[in-house]
Design a protein around this ligand. Structure first.
Ligand code: C2O
Length: 549
């Protein structure tokens, strides 16, 4: 293993899309940002230098950060932001992980423009559990806002209303030909007939789960969230913000010069997700006639069919097909026993408007989101620092509720808005606790799917269902053999999900909905995992350049 060095200069760059030009925050002037490539076992050092007026902080989404929570990146959780003119060296080692992940800004809505692929190759001499692809191609979904996304969310939070939707979805920063004034900004993938390509799909969009498909082609799913899965074929896949999926695409043996559209469009379940139509890229077959004098007869452009916007049965069937590879080499270490069971409601609702405020939420209220009736408020200093130096007083409380208020009565219309409180509360776990967490989707505004992301761990999705979780019946059908292992999972609209994880990573770990608007409204919380007894079970001391608030 080696050490990889990167420098991320946070700087403004002028970018034009949809005939709209704006100056935006980027890494090294690139949109999307640069690729990080490393191998399993490598140490990665990224020096982030902030040259812009906005504060910055970067998260390496899905990296376990064993003992190195200081490098995790969520602002006010593991570090104070990197202020203008300052820099911070992120320093972590990739242990026991290989596959596709991504990195993104983790402060306010900066990740709208500050994100990029994080690719972990297998160790040297290790191979994929599938045939080696001819080429590997990152395909990163995002959103384009004509306006400044920071201004959009600030406005929404001040008025208590919903933010403006983005103006387009993008593939590798490009909206593609189905939007006005965008045909020249189209992602193109040229393929050779008969060859196999590994597409590294990343959903970096702020607020939308996406369906994705390539016309007339089958995709073989081989990995999710940097974990190998039992391969299966599909025409369409679903990917939520925060998720990554590797697929094999086998180019057909003929079709010289033919072009096929690949498209992505939202899966819409409620208020916080928006449809802003369809991003398209082009898959184009190389033509053997390219150098001959003969004119190439252009075949028509083929278009894929995506499921209807609200196709929950597609979403459910697709997520049920995902299983860990669970082989001898890549076992699924599912906790078979549980030390602590938790039941959380994840909820989107409204709250009464504050005095002196005019709220633009439904009926003059303001939007609010919560976990177990707590709408999380970021502190003014970093939780991890406060914890490490024993200075939690006035920063956070360790009384995050184990269950929602009225948890026997969460059906349908609860928790109701008057019972939601603000708070900066953490849930404390002794080292190596085997945790089972059931998350129940509930909302007074209509049920909605929430892609929940956990920092610092992978978890196993042992069960899922619709309606209310039944603690007596549902565990009987849990999969403890080959459940999918991942870092982000959609809590189904109007249903529940059960996950298990081993709390073997000391530190403070954020958990939140990866729909940025829901995070902004408070759908977030933090776990505090205590040190274990052995030296390799303790959080390391902070680096000397850790930013100050
Ligand atoms: Cu990708 Cu806390 O986020």
């Amino acid at each position: 293993s080696v050490t990889r060095h990167y420098t991320f200069n946070i700087q403004l760059q002028t970018v034009t899309r949809l005939c709209h030009t704006k100056s935006m925050v980027t890494v090294n002037g690139k949109f999307p940002g640069p690729r990080i490539v490393a191998r399993e076992g490598d140490r990665v050092l990224i020096k982030v230098v902030n040259h812009v007026q906005n504060n910055m902080s970067i998260h390496w989404h899905g990296i376990r950060q064993l003992q190195t929570g200081w490098a995790d990146g969520p602002a006010y959780i593991t570090q104070c932001p990197i202020q203008t003119g300052q820099s911070y060296l992120y320093n972590f080692t990739i242990v026991g992980q290989r596959g596709t992940l991504f990195w993104h800004a983790h402060i306010s809505w900066q990740r709208a423009t500050v994100y990029g692929p994080l690719i972990i190759l297998p160790k040297r001499n290790a191979s994929y559990p599938f045939a080696k692809p001819y080429k590997e191609v990152p395909v990163i979904f995002g959103e384009w806002f004509n306006a400044d996304p920071e201004a959009i969310i600030n406005q929404a939070l001040q008025t208590g209303g919903g933010p403006n939707v983005s103006d387009a979805y993008t593939i590798n920063g490009l909206p593609g030909p189905l939007y006005n004034c965008s045909a020249k900004d189209t992602f193109k993938l040229k393929v050779k007939p008969g060859k196999t390509y590994l597409l590294r799909l990343i959903n970096a969009a702020l607020n939308d789960e996406l369906f994705f498909s390539i016309a007339n082609h089958t995709l073989t799913i081989v990995e999710a969230d940097a974990i190998y899965v039992k391969p299966f074929e599909t025409n369409t896949l679903l990917i939520t913000p925060g998720q990554t999926t590797n697929v094999l695409l086998k180019a057909k043996p003929y079709f010289p010069g033919a072009t096929f559209l690949m498209t992505a469009r939202p899966y819409v379940t409620g208020l916080g997700t928006f449809d802003n139509s369809t991003v398209a890229g082009i898959l184009e077959y190389e033509s053997p006639l390219l150098h001959s004098a003969l004119p190439i007869k252009k075949l028509p452009l083929f278009k894929p069919t995506l499921p209807p916007l609200n196709d929950t049965s597609f979403a459910t069937n697709f997520s049920r097909k995902l299983r860990s590879l669970a082989s001898a080499q890549y076992p699924a270490n599912v906790p078979q026993k549980v030390d602590k069971r938790f039941f959380f409601t994840v909820s989107l609702g409204t709250r009464p408007c504050d005095k002196n405020q005019t709220c633009q939420g439904p009926n003059g209220t303001k939007f609010s989101a919560s976990v177990n009736n707590v709408s999380f408020v970021l502190p003014n200093t970093a939780l991890l620092q406060a914890h490490f130096f024993g200075q939690s007083f006035g920063v956070y409380n360790s009384d995050f509720p184990f269950n929602p208020i009225n948890w026997y009565n969460y059906t349908g219309n609860s928790p109701n808005n008057t019972m939601v409180g603000n708070g900066t509360k953490v849930l404390v776990l002794p080292f190596n606790t085997r945790v089972e967490l059931v998350m129940q989707d509930t909302s007074i505004l209509g049920a909605e799917s929430h892609p929940l992301h956990l920092h610092g761990f992978n978890f196993f999705v042992v069960g899922q269902g619709f309606g209310n979780y039944d603690p007596n019946e549902d565990p009987k059908s849990f999969n403890l053999v080959d459940p999918i292992e991942r870092n982000t999972v959609g809590v189904p609209s109007g249903g529940w999900i059960a996950i298990r994880f081993l709390a073997d990573n000391p530190g403070v770990w954020f958990m939140h909905c990866h729909l940025e608007v829901h995070t902004s409204w408070g759908l977030k919380m933090a776990w505090l995992v205590l040190d274990g007894k052995l030296p390799n079970q303790k959080l390391l001391p902070p680096p000397s350049d850790l930013p100050k608030c």
